[in-house]
Design a protein around this ligand. Structure first.
Ligand code: SAM
Ligand code: FES
Length: 345
């Protein structure tokens, strides 16, 4: 397909071209061509290294009510928890010992973690582990809040835009959440000098090829350092309980397109991809991904951070997760590395 050639040559397409490419995702030859080019590019820039991010899911309390999310505030069956500063630091001790040099603090939008409390946790991690990067993923906050957290030492921020189409955004979120504010946050984070991650779910309810084309165009224009792309998976306690999960093949196809569009991007093979397919993360590597995010949360809390059904890696100890992922990456010719794994411009 000449659109694929154009993407490979120019690293950018129009919205119509992206939509046409997406509609052809079941063409195996096309998918293979894009995957091969994606892997060629990632090898040229990052070699066979796979960066590891230790994910600490430190609170499942959230003031938001995103319709797809298992820990949304209106789910009365979610067993709520939050970790103390000491518990978070204990996770880092374990993670550091396992060779992790990036810690990702992710959670719901939990008002308990004021700027002061969160900044204190970030600076405690940074002063104990100055050789590590801290990534935050705690949702929408003010410019001033992002500024304070940055000066406390936070290096990166993950905030998926979720969908770049306004109407689609409104169908996935309650009225008080807007794409406009999500984008304001992403721009603020970039302006403040964070390495920023945008991204979206694949196969969320009401999503069309045009929505996905808008998502790709947004990434092309925003040029994030990281892109978080994973399949939507229904959660039994949400109103999307009976919706089908996103397609693994389409997710892989999009990973390849994103690697070609943004050759230097840090691109995780997500836990959601591993949940839908037993070798989803390995296949992600073979489509251009170069990051994995093993869980570092205390085992007793893991099942409670249930964004979607049947989430994997909720029973293992951190060390087991590391060993398992190292073997999985090796099986497809890649190598987990002990490195901060910063963006290579
Ligand atoms: N509260 C923060 C935020 O809004 O960015 C971080 C936590 S939020 C649970 C992290 C991501 O989980 C979201 O950006 C969303 O894309 C993903 N997610 C939530 N529910 C999901 C589902 N049912 N299937 C797949 N991914 C989901
Ligand atoms: Fe807040 Fe999902 S609704 S983390």
């Amino acid at each position: 397909m000449d659109i694929a050639d154009k993407l490979i040559r120019e690293h950018r397409l129009t919205k119509e071209e992206y939509a046409e490419l997406i509609r052809a995702y079941e063409d195996e030859n096309l998918a293979k061509r894009l995957a091969d080019e994606a892997v060629r590019l990632r090898r040229e820039i990052y070699g066979d290294a796979v960066y590891v991010r230790g994910l600490i899911e430190f609170t499942n309390i959230c003031k938001n009510d995103c319709l797809y999310c298992g820990i949304r505030k209106s789910n009365p069956n979610a067993e709520r928890y939050r970790l103390t500063k000491e518990e978070i630091l204990d996770c880092c001790v374990q993670g550091y010992h396992l060779g992790y040099r990036t810690f990702v603090l992710q959670g719901g939008e939990d008002g308990y973690y004021t700027d002061e409390r969160l900044a204190d946790i970030v600076s405690a991690i940074k002063s104990k582990y100055p050789d590590c990067a801290v990534t935050l993923s705690v949702g929408e906050r003010s410019f001033e809040s992002y500024r304070l957290l940055k000066s406390a030492g936070a290096d990166r921020y993950l905030l998926r835009h979720e969908t770049a189409n306004v109407q689609h955004y409104q169908r996935l979120h309650p009225p008080e959440l807007t794409l406009e504010n999500r984008m304001r946050c992403l721009r603020d984070l970039k302006q403040l000098g964070y390495q920023v991650g945008a991204g979206f779910m694949v196969g969320s309810p009401y999503q069309t090829a045009e929505c996905l084309a808008d998502d790709l165009l947004l990434l092309q224009e925003f040029q994030p350092e990281m892109a978080g792309i994973g399949p939507f998976i229904p959660h039994h306690d949400t109103e999307f309980a009976n919706e089908p999960a996103g397609s693994v093949e389409l997710t892989l196809f999009l990973l390849s397109i994103i690697r070609i569009m943004l050759p230097h991007v840090l691109l995780p093979a997500t836990t959601a991809l591993g949940t839908l397919n037993p070798v989803g993360r390995e296949r992600g590597m073979l489509c251009g991904a170069n990051v994995v995010m093993p869980n570092l949360s205390p085992v007793e809390n893991r099942k409670k951070y249930e964004l979607y059904d049947n989430k994997i890696c909720t029973g293992e100890e951190a060390a087991e997760c590391r060993g398992c992922l190292a073997n999985r990456m090796k099986s497809v010719g890649f190598r987990l590395v002990t490195d901060r794994g910063d963006y290579c411009p």
